[in-house]
Design a protein around this ligand. Sequence first.
Ligand SMILES: *Cc1c(COP(=O)(O)O)cnc(C)c1O
Length: 223
Amino acid sequence: MECSVSVQQNLEKIRAAIAAAETEAERKKGSVRLVAVSKTKSADEIRPVIALGQRLFGENRVQEAQTKWPGLKAETAGIELHLIGPLQSNKTADAVALFDVIETVDREKIAREIAREIDKQEKSPGLYVQINTGSEPQKAGIEPDEAGAFIDFCRNDLKLKITGLMCIPPVEENPGPHFALLAKIARDHDIDTLSMGMSDDFETAIGFGATEVRVGSAIFGAR
Ligand SMILES: *Cc1c(COP(=O)(O)O)cnc(C)c1O
């Protein structure tokens, strides 16, 4: 497979930086998984990254993902696809059918619809709750002080297996306190997967316990 030199170098650089951040944080080698965020990139741009061994990918739109990933998944075994953008209720069936993990469970209505689709389709995608750590009005996610009640509702009332938390800190702020808050909520609720950190702050996130970092532009280039 032809591979643009820069994408290969980018991926190698990110892998090395993740390993260095694991060591720096005294975390176990390989404890952080790289989610390559391929939104806006075509199947032809994604294939070289798959050829370099990457199997874990993130997309933020259901409809866009449907144009690329059924084909890419059919070509290569072991692809794990995460939904990292907001889910609209009319896309729930499609999302449950296509994604291996939905990282953006962010309100009661969508949790109910996911539960219904999981029963109907007999699927069991991984489910993370998105927390709006900065309480930004325009941003999706559960308010930090409502996280406990929401996680309990998903688990007890809907029988959903919530295995992770994700957050997107406010752009203008130091992300550290947001990562720390997400890690604390996870500890309080026996959750061990923490999806946090992007191209600009994934090393910081690893220091605060990220188990998955979502990196797009640092691999694929600017969007
Ligand atoms: C686009 C996106 C990313 C990746 O952002 P980069 O800055 O390109 O690494 C990570 N998480 C979410 C939720 C995104 O929408």
